[in-house]
Design a binder for this molecule. Sequence first.
Ligand code: SF4
Length: 380
Amino acid sequence: MMRSLRPLRPGENAPPPSAPPMPDAHWLDRFRRALSAWYGRHARDLPWRGTRDPYAVLISEMMLQQTQVATVRPYFERFIAALPDFASLANAEEEKVLRLWEGLGYYRRARQLHQAARVIVAQHGGQFPRDPKAAQQLPGIGRYTAGAVLSIAFDLRVPILEANTTRLYCRLLGYRDDPWSAQGQHLLWAFAETVLPPRHAGRFNQALMELGSVVCTRSRPRCGACPVAMLCAAKREGRQVDIPRSRPKPPIQLRREAAVIIRHKGGVLLRRCGPEERWAGLWDFPRVELPAGTNGVPLPARADALEEAIGRQTGVLVQLGRLLVTLRHQVTRFRITLECYEAARISGRLRKGNELRWVRQSDLARYPLSSTGRKLAALV
Ligand code: SF4
């Protein structure tokens, strides 16, 4: 049985007329018991499970955003070993933080985590704030991350809603509209709050995410192994695969770029990406976008333009050498073909204001590099 939503608070949007009603007490009781028993038997043994240290919980939650558990595991262990608490993270150089994060992608998360640690040390005495509103004031910490840390570390009854639970809640409720719309979010957050038991909210939130992650999966939900199948509206209606409605993806854009390894006196030139760039804070070899229409044009015919573009970016006049390798990779909506050349410095001084540095080859391992930058460093 389902009951209607609580009255709206001032400023909240009304749910759409098609929104399913909230579950009643009997449904909630069965759901909580079934999920809790299943989690007791099937919870994966993960390095961040079993800790209630808010620092470790925060690191794991930030790393797990848009990244698979198997990928995160070694990064989490290395990060915690190198920077074990808010104070050590706050005092670390950004380069060290980014080097530990290198390869995980979405580097904004690492920089925000670093800033959040500094605020926690400066304004909260090194303790993660227990007030949800204060937690959400921290850089990079939204309602979901705050809820996860507060419930898991302090057992506060605070709801969560991320990708796995969004899918799970939509299916349980049979919600067919857009879950990312204001109305969808209103409904799903209300459900997340309703479904939480009065005690052990942290364990319960982890159980919800675990179920969404390993059973109620995106393309092939394992309904036969699902502990709450008897309570699921999508299963009852046979609409598991249609729910939730998929998010329209931005169209893929093709780009061609050139990166240049400029050698000078036993070193190579690195450039630190600016705050608005794709790999903000990381180092990379000088790189420029190749104009449309140059695809297939032989290098000698466009070497001048490329040398000029590198000169504008670095202040150094170079002579382009051979093509070392062509790499293909995708970053967000960009599918990039990257031509990598070597070059020799002819003259000129490094441009002021840009973060440019001649780096000895043996020191490249110390610098946080973009993913393609690391591949090129191996060639160097
Ligand atoms: Fe997901 Fe299937 Fe379980 Fe419903 S029954 S919650 S669709 S796994």
